[in-house]
Ligand binder design. Sequence first.
Ligand SMILES: [Zn+2]
Length: 471
Amino acid sequence: MLKTLFLLPVETQIFYSVLVFSWTVYLWEAYLSCRQRKIYRTTIHVPEELGKIMDPDTFEKSRLYQLDKSNFSFWSGLYSEIEGTLILLLGGIPFLWHFAGSVTARFGFGPDYEIIQSLVFLTLATLFGAVTGLPWSLYSTFVIEEKHGFNQQTLGFFLKDAVKKFAVTQCILLPVSSLLLYIIKIGGDYFFIYAWLFTLLVSLVLVTIYADYIAPLFDKFTPLPEGELKTAIEDMAKSISFPLTKLYVVEGSKRSSHSNAYFYGFFKNKRIVLFDTLLEDYSPLNSAGEPQSDTQSETESDPEETSSETKQKSKKKQGCNNAEILAVLGHELGHWKLGHTVKNIVISQMNSFLCFSLFAVLIGRTELFVAFGFTQSQPTLIGLMIIFQFIFSPYNELLSFCLTVLSRRFEFQADAFARGMGKASELYSALIKLNMDNLGFPVADWLFSMWHYSHPPLLERLRALGNVKQD
Ligand SMILES: [Zn+2]
């Protein structure tokens, strides 16, 4: 059996190895999710250890929410694995490439215009992805998130957002890809160094312009109003010499009532962004008359009245108080102070350099193209796709697992940093509140969480915070 496998042409071996590997990863992850679903299904009482921090009602809500999400991702994962397999088996990639060629030919650009053909190919491929992904994201937002009280979007907002996202992506993707392809074509022997430098430059430019020009296209950012919280955050930033220049609140509540905080920016120009849903006093979800209530769509009556009425019944106050927000930011700034951000950038750039170097070695191998149905031509864009996505996939899986492990270490370190600032007990209660607001389920299968969790499970974080509190 094994012997006949080796007798197959090398192209066939490559093709089926990619397919088998993809299904192996799929089945492994499906197995992990199955273990985790079993936990959701069977852990119906609050474990003793959690009794003090989680009430049975929230525990049950989060259990049902996570169970729904897990079932959904089973079906969406199965769909995308089958879709990907069919695309490969039926030769979808060469088909789309030739189709793109016939489109460009109609406009008078023959097969010599490879970059133009690549752009048409990319546009069609992303359009295909957007269209086939749409029903899934509609279902996730308007059925699952809606059912559990997180969705704040209207259908109109959602669709407008999707169109905008597609347009903005094309505006960035197309010029960047054409320049990259051009660099690879004219770069000579050391093209991979130039290509890597170019992608590095693009990511630096994107980070710089994202906050001022891209993010505001989607969300409203308002400076945090003067007051106690603002002064306290500025003082804290100063105390660890964090170069804070701007402090924003983003209207995350327009999309969803999940809450968060983050910082970004270069060198001496750092900004902090707080979701309005994180701020107890600021969150529109806590103010009366906010037209977000679940019943609004179901009843014809005045939304002002029904929402303030139902809120008292169904929605409890969400978000953290000022001391807790400071503790959350202490954690976030810990990531910066401990060099986690820089370390992540260095890792990703080293990885990108390594991948481009290997790409330079592999791009000349015609059997890789033949394996995926490109017998006549070896377009650079297709080479990038085959090598970065298919050939590197075992390496990508391994890398992403290592990064997840590293991320959990960083989270513990950032928690310890906030603890060092004397914020252990505030962070302790903030983590509990955020977990409740986001309906996180506090019990996890060890194998599932080891593979997927970028943040350590709640209990482990609380334990790490609590132990030192007692010192
Ligand atoms: Zn963190």
